[in-house]
Structure formats: structure tokens, C-alpha cells
Design a protein around this ligand. Sequence first.
Ligand code: URA
Length: 198
Amino acid sequence: MEDERKEKMRQIKDEVVNFKGSPLYKDRVQNRNLPVIGEGSHNAKIMFVGEAPGKNEAQTGRPFCGAAGRILDELLQSIGMDRKEVYITNIVKDRPPQNRDPFPEEIAAYAPYLDRQIDIIQPVVVATLGRFSMKYIMDKFALSHEIQSISRIHGRVFEAEISYGKVKIIPMYHPATVLYNPSLKEDLKKDFQVLAKN
Ligand code: URA
């Protein structure tokens, strides 16, 4: 099973690398950036879905490897976990210029890859990091009617069904929010406690 998952994930990587129809492809090539597919265990129970790669991520091809990543690592550590035990990815696999918010057409272009990654890993919990992944994932799992601002619903556990069974969705603030609003770290820590219990 591990080999099968690895092979399917490798195929996604090949497709994203060659995704010339992407609205961000030209930018990737011009800036000599790398696409960021995802990282972690293919058998992870917990999958984190961020927004899009930033500068460090696009230079290395690894998700959450800059300042936001250090916060994510610290949060994982606070519940005794390591990033190797979880799977970390983003909706958009290429860096939007100047770290701007992803456009709806960019989310739509890359979302099928995320959908396939969810089907491969079959996580028990999907933790969304930030409002873009919250919206995409909650819409995908027929939870649109539950969507409110992230400040209202972060840390809540929403149950949904997927082809392989049940899945829990936990919306969270994006770790980068802590960089300009340090008080949110406590909220994130509490939400990680929720994660640890699910
Ligand atoms: N922010 C994201 O949403 N994803 C990353 O990989 C890094 C920063």
C-alpha cells in the first residue's frame, strides 16, 4: 500500500511539474521557482492544507519551510508530534507573485491535485490553515452552510463523508498570522490540542 501511495504521489508531482497550462507556470519558470507538492507521511492520520508556497518554499520545493513553518513545527511539538508523522500541503502548488492571495482560477486549477492527495492519504483529520483552504475544503465536503469567519469557527470539528469513510475537518488560523498578531498563537495552541484529541 505504501508503494502504491508513493507511486500515485509521484505521478501527481510529475503532472504538476509539467503543468504548463497553470496560470502560475510562466512565473515559476521566470523566477526559477519550484512547485511545492507536499511533504510527510503517506499514511498520515492528519493532513494540513495551507494556502500556497511563499518565497522559501518556492526556492526549496518544500511546504512551510520559512517563518510560518517554524511556527507550525512549534505547534506540532506542543502536542508531541513531528512533521514526519503528518502530511503537509497547500491548495495552490506554485507561488503567487509577491505572496499575493491566490486568485479563484488558481485555486480551481490546482484543487484537483489536492483532491487526489486527499484520496491517496485518506486522512482522518484535515486541518485547514487559513481562510482559503478553509473555504475550499468546507465547500468540497458539503459544509458550505457552516462557513463563518475563521475567528468564529477555528478549532471546531466538522464531520464529513468521503469515498473512503468519515473525515473530520478542523479549520485553523494560518500560522503566519502569529507573525503579525502574536496573541493568536494561544488560539492555535488550543486548536492543536483539539487536533491531538481527534
Ligand atoms: N504559507 C502557506 O500557506 N504555505 C506554505 O507552504 C508556506 C507558507
